[in-house]
Design a protein around this ligand. Structure first.
Ligand SMILES: Nc1ncnc2c1ncn2[C@@H]1O[C@H](COP(=O)(O)OP(=O)(O)OP(=O)(O)O)[C@@H](O)[C@H]1O
Length: 310
C-alpha cells in the first residue's frame, strides 16, 4: 500500500454501509418573504455520490448552508450520523464530520498549498496551545520518527547527532510529532489531488485549477465522513472537468461520501449514484441519473417550459 492510500483512506470502522448518513427532514428556510427551501426532504447514503442540482436560485447553496450550520432552518431539521445538526455552529458540524468547499474559492492566499492543507490536519491534533508553546508532553519516538543523521559536513553532522541523542534520551514533544505527521498527511493529500508539484507555492500564486483542487485537499484533511463540493467544476475547461470527475470517483472509492452541487449536467450525470433536483426551493425529483434525466419535470425546469406542455 502506498503512503497516499494509507493516509487518505477511511479507517475500517468507518467503511461504508448502505445506511443514511445525512437526513434533510422537512426543511423550510425563509429569508423574509423569500422561501429559499420549501419542505425539502432527502437523505445522503453512506458511500454514495449524491448530486444536488437545479436551475439558478433553486436553493442548492441554501441547502448546503443549512447542512453546514451557516443557516438555521425556519422549520424541520438536518440530522447527521444520528446527531441533530440544525442549530450547531459550523466548526461543531465540521467536528461531527462534514467538510465543504465553496462556490467562490476560500483559501488562505498568503500561505503555501501545504500550509493550507496542514490547517485542516490541525483540527485532528490533541496538543493544547500551552502544550505546543512549551513543548510539554514528550513522547518516546518510533525509530522512523528519530532525527536523521545524513550530512557530510562535520559540524552539521555533529549537530544532527546531538539532536538524535537528545531525542533518544528525552523523547520528542507530542506537538512536534503531530506537526510532522500533519505535514506528511498534507503532502499525501496534495499528491492525491494531483498538485504536490507546487506544494510550497503561495496559494494566491497557484493556477485556478490548482486552487480548486487545493480546496478539496484541505477539506479532506479533516477526515470528513461527508464531503460537500459546491460547484467544484466552475470555470473549468472540458479536460479539467474530466480530471475532476476522476478525482471525485477516487474520493468515493477511498470510502468517503460525497454531496455534489454542480451545474454541468454531463459531469453530474457521469459521476453521481443518485440525484436530487430542486426548483424554486422545492424538491421536484429524486433518483438515478437516468431516471432524473428522463423526468418531464426536470426537463421542463431546465428548458424553462411547463412540465405538461406538449
Ligand atoms: N442570504 C440571503 N438573503 C436573502 N435571500 C437569499 C439569501 N441566500 C439566498 N437567497 C435566496 O434564496 C433563493 C435560493 O438561493 P440559492 O443561492 O440557495 O440558490 P442556488 O440554487 O444555489 O442558486 P445558484 O445556482 O445560482 O447558486 C434565491 O431566491 C436567493 O435569492
Amino acid at each position: 500500500m502506498s503512503d497516499t492510500e494509507d493516509l487518505v483512506s477511511l479507517p475500517e470502522s468507518e467503511a461504508p454501509t448502505r445506511t443514511d448518513l445525512l437526513v434533510v427532514d422537512h426543511v423550510t428556510l425563509r429569508f423574509g418573504g423569500v422561501v429559499a427551501l420549501d419542505d425539502v426532504s432527502f437523505e445522503v447514503r453512506r458511500g454514495e455520490i449524491l448530486g444536488l442540482i437545479g436551475p439558478n436560485g433553486a436553493g442548492k447553496t441554501t441547502c448546503f448552508n443549512a447542512m453546514t450550520g451557516v443557516y438555521r432552518p425556519t422549520s424541520g431539521e438536518v440530522r447527521f450520523d444520528g446527531d441533530r445538526v440544525s442549530g450547531r455552529k459550523p466548526h461543531q458540524i465540521n467536528r461531527l464530520g462534514i467538510a465543504r468547499t465553496f462556490q467562490n474559492i476560500r483559501l488562505f492566499p498568503e500561505m503555501t498549498a501545504l500550509e493550507n492543507v496542514m490547517v485542516g490536519t490541525d483540527s485532528q491534533h490533541f496538543t493544547s496551545v500551552p502544550g505546543a508553546l512549551f513543548r510539554l508532553y514528550r513522547k518516546r519516538p518510533k525509530p522512523e520518527e528519530l532525527p536523521v543523521v545524513d550530512s557530510h559536513n562535520g559540524l552539521v553532522r555533529a549537530w544532527q547527532q546531538t539532536r538524535l541523542v537528545f531525542a533518544k534520551v528525552f523523547g520528542i514533544s507530542r506537538h512536534t510529532l503531530e506537526e510532522r505527521a500533519g505535514e506528511q498527511k498534507a503532502l499525501a493529500l496534495l499528491r492525491f489531488v494531483g498538485i504536490a508539484d507546487r506544494a510550497n507555492e503561495l496559494a494566491r500564486n497557484l493556477p485556478y485549477g490548482y486552487q480548486r483542487r487545493l480546496e478539496i485537499a484541505r477539506a479532506l484533511a479533516t477526515e470528513p465522513k461527508l464531503l460537500c463540493l459546491d460547484e467544484p467544476a466552475a470555470g473549468f475547461n472540458p479536460a479539467e472537468k474530466e480530471q475532476l470527475l476522476k478525482l471525485i470517483r477516487d474520493i468515493r472509492d477511498k470510502g468517503y461520501t460525497v454531496l455534489l452541487i454542480e451545474h454541468d449536467m454531463r459531469l453530474v450525470m457521469g459521476v453521481t449514484d443518485r440525484i436530487v433536483v430542486l426548483e424554486f426551493g422545492k424538491k421536484i425529483a429524486e433518483g438515478t441519473p437516468a431516471e432524473v434525466r428522463d423526468n418531464p419535470k426536470v426537463i421542463a425546469a431546465y428548458l424553462g417550459v411547463p412540465a405538461d406542455a406538449s
